[in-house]
Design a binder for this molecule. Structure first.
Ligand code: SAM
Length: 295
């Protein structure tokens, strides 16, 4: 077995920047190579030296740390690249998961590349990818949209823009905004499926795949469901059937202006390829009371 204090030969080379993923909750998800690299580099650039210090001491790693966060990154990037060019090997870590993914590190990686330094990934946990992998939503092509805006108006605007995206959309959300965000999704994209994953890899981890319109009730059913860290994966807009893209909901709204619910659902099913029954239920929700008898 490899001693984490002593890198295997070839793990760490002088002049290289290592971008190292750390666990997003479960300390068992800290790959041996990541531990060896962190033990073997000259210094570790960390988003929060205290947090990383706790993680490293748990694994018996004593490499010196330097702070690299959003407020000093531009300046620190210059110093780190200098050190790399003098032959130091440096690792970059964030508080959790993969650096640069809604975390600091972009300025440093860009500067290291511009200076011709080698940049090496030491892959591991990433909440976005973990959530996508368990979502049951299309994963062949997706969009990562980071955090939604904190302010209600801007968040709704962003959701409306993302609603046009045909690929699965992954977003991060904070616990104190998850209920508001779910309410917006329920209102703006009621028929889309949404995967909510919280506390991935931790003791109280939980995930649910539901229609957006059902998400607020699911969250409200248990106060624990607003606790912890969250990822949402939102189903993409329906695929184009032909040259034109038919969004079942918009289409039904137009058809319901002219036809009773059952006939509107039949036409919408023919145009979108979605099940007639599902569209009939949707038609009744969009225009309650507009069934055959009074249409
Ligand atoms: N770099 C990290 C990554 O690779 O996933 C993400 C950092 S971002 C500042 C933190 C956000 O990621 C949290 O607010 C939450 O949305 C998501 N997140 C991180 N850990 C998580 C977990 N264990 N379960 C669910 N979401 C998590």
């Amino acid at each position: 077995m490899t001693d984490p204090q002593h890198p295997e030969e070839g793990d760490v080379r002088p002049g290289c920047l290592y971008v190292v993923a750390t666990p997003i909750g479960n300390l068992g998800d800290f790959p041996p190579r990541a531990q060896r690299v962190l033990a073997g580099v000259t210094r570790i650039a960390a988003e929060d030296t205290r947090n990383t210090g706790v993680l490293l001491s748990h694994f018996g790693i004593h490499t010196p740390l330097l702070a690299l966060h959003e407020h000093n990154e531009e300046r620190q990037a210059v110093a780190v690249v200098d050190a790399l060019q003098r032959g130091d090997s440096i690792a970059l870590v964030s508080d959790a998961g993969t650096p640069l993914i809604s975390d600091p590190g972009f300025d440093l990686v860009r500067a290291a590349r511009a200076a011709g330094c080698e940049v090496i990934a030491v892959p591991g946990a990433c909440a976005a990818i973990a959530a996508l992998s368990i979502s049951g939503l299309p994963s062949d092509s997706f969009v990562f949209a980071g955090f939604l805006p904190a302010r209600a108006g801007a968040r709704r605007e962003r959701i409306e823009r993302l609603a046009r995206e045909s690929r699965s959309v992954i977003v991060y959300e904070a616990s104190h905004r998850i209920a508001e965000c779910a309410a917006d999704l329920a209102q703006l994209l009621p028929e889309r499926r949404v995967l909510l994953a919280r506390e991935i890899s931790k003791r109280f981890e939980q995930s649910v795949l539901t229609l957006a319109r059902e998400l607020p009730d699911w969250i409200a059913a248990d106060p624990n469901r607003t606790r912890g860290e969250f990822v949402l994966v939102i189903e993409g807009a329906p695929q184009a059937t032909d040259a034109a893209t038919f969004d079942a909901q918009s289409l039904l709204r137009v058809l319901l202006g002219e036809l009773p619910a059952a006939r509107a659902a039949k036409v919408a099913a023919a145009l979108t390829g979605r099940p007639k029954r599902e569209l009939y239920d949707l038609a009744l929700r969009l225009a309650p009371g507009r069934d055959e008898s009074n249409g």
